[in-house]
Design a protein around this ligand. Structure first.
Ligand code: SUG
Length: 450
């Protein structure tokens, strides 16, 4: 296995034209708090694109993943047994169940950290890069994403000698899976064998009071088997119920890892000492893990969740010894998290040497920070060459996407605007045009096939 030149590439989900605040995610405090607020889809998409371009400007490769078809007319037609043309189906669906239509309008595929779990080829005994699409079965609006995500990842990584894209696990509470948001990897460098850490909130069949735990141990273990991971370098960790109750509906709200560094809140895991011990044991002879813990006395879980300090992207910029944290601007606006960020970087020989702030406010208001918006895929140079090149962001692609967003996206969407039947034709026209910009093919979206 050649290690050296493999790179971690962030693939961000483009924010879709129906971005809105429907309050759909129980246990996600921002989503609940902003229910029925007016959203700004154009700003949201441009903020996401600006973040992607910032990473490119810092010298990192960057990819982009397409939004999904919303409103999901075909799904509404089948699920609610409606007939007629798309406009008629949409109008009838609103009559039948506003709650279900709002789920079918969510632009939630922007949070690409929930698209799939990725294992680099360096970790898999068959030496291929594995992706398992997340079933996202806990929330109705997110459970619609898996089929199109599988198509998108198939388009990005078509060559089965290098890549395996596994379909989602059966969509049932027992195998509840939310993808990379509940998965971390530590390694000496991206191309070297790593320790993969799966974080789960409950076991199959376990009933818990309070907010939903969206990941089961059984789902994580199944994915580890599908990915041909070595058990001696795989860890399953119970998320602390306290974190879930405080609004950490995914592990990536309270922890993030990159290379040898695990940055986390004191109450991220049910048994922190056991986690450290197992990581140390399994990393032995590969690398020395560095744990950067933030104590609850310095940043409460409440501040961690409202600022999204840990939902930052932890990155190594070319040539840097220390890592860089790409944090949401909300971290700077909270005195406690701003001061922790400053202390981290001021330490002698810091593991995290720089903090940069980005504005992804529109996504944040639905509980999605910088880390939610991206799916990390470690690729060797051969894998990168085998991937579909049109998904890698360049100046030209960025210009095209910005022009496309400005042309097709509404400035604002209020709850009542979601009922507008023009939304259907408008979004279909936008996505149809997008299939000319990204290498998706003319039959990518369900409406293009019906
Ligand atoms: O699944 N919000 C998303 C946010 C996902 C964040 N991802 C990570 N932490 N990786 C969710 O709860 C809200 C949609 C609404 O309410 O309109 C929503 O789906």
């Amino acid at each position: 296995m050649t290690g050296g030149a493999a790179q971690e590439i962030n693939f961000d989900g483009l924010v879709g034209p129906t971005h809105n605040y429907a309050g759909l995610s129980e246990g996600n405090l921002a989503s609940a708090r902003n229910k029925d607020a007016i959203s700004r889809p154009r700003d949201a998409a441009l903020q996401g694109l600006a973040k992607m371009n910032r990473l490119r400007a810092l010298g990192l490769p960057q990819g982009v993943l397409p939004p999904q078809e919303r409103p999901a007319i075909g799904w509404l037609r089948t699920a609610l047994n409606l007939s007629g043309d798309d406009r008629a189906v949409f109008a009838q669906a609103w009559e039948a169940s506003p709650n279900i239509v709002r789920a079918a309008c969510a632009a939630s595929s922007m949070w690409a950290a929930n698209a799939a779990t990725i294992s680099p080829s360096a970790d898999a005994s068959d030496c291929r890069l594995h992706a398992t699409v997340a079933n996202l079965q806990t929330m109705l609006h997110r459970s619609l994403e898996a089929p199109t995500t599988e198509r998108a990842l198939g388009r990005l990584m078509p060559d089965q000698t290098h890549f395996v894209v596994h379909g989602a696990l059966p969509a049932n509470e027992a195998l509840s899976d939310e993808g990379a948001a509940n998965h971390m990897r530590l390694c000496a460098e991206p191309g070297a064998p790593g320790v993969e850490i799966f974080v789960y909130g409950r076991r199959a069949g376990e009933l818990r009071a309070g907010f939903p735990a969206r990941q089961t141990l059984e789902a994580s273990a199944s994915i580890a088997r599908a990915h041909h991971l070595n058990p001696s370098r795989t860890i399953f960790v119970l998320q602390s119920p306290q974190a879930i109750e405080a609004g950490a509906f995914h592990n990536d709200v309270v922890a993030v890892a990159h290379d040898t560094v695990l940055f986390h809140h004191e109450h991220a895991f049910a048994d922190r000492d056991a986690v450290y011990a197992e990581i140390r044991a399994k990393a032995k002879r590969l690398f020395e893990p560095i744990f950067v813990e933030v104590k609850a006395a310095d940043v409460s879980l409440e501040d961690a969740v409202s600022s999204y300090l840990f939902n930052s992207q932890l990155l190594r910029l070319p040539g840097d010894k220390a890592l860089t944290l790409i944090a949401p601007r909300e971290v700077r606006e909270n005195n406690r998290t701003a001061s922790i960020a400053q202390q981290l970087t001021a330490a002698p020989n810091p593991a995290i040497g720089h903090v940069e702030y980005v504005d992804v406010r529109e996504s944040m208001r639905n509980g999605g920070g910088p880390a939610c918006l991206r799916l990390r895929i470690v690729m060797t140079p051969e894998e990168r060459a085998a991937a579909a090149q049109g998904f890698f962001l360049t100046d030209a692609l960025s210009d095209q996407l910005a022009g496309w967003i400005n042309k097709h996206y509404r400035e604002e969407v209020a709850p009542a605007d979601l009922r507008d039947p023009n939304l259907v034709s408008e979004t279909q026209a936008a996505l149809d045009a997008l299939t000319q910009i990204l290498p998706l093919g003319g039959d990518f979206y369900p409406f293009q096939r019906d």
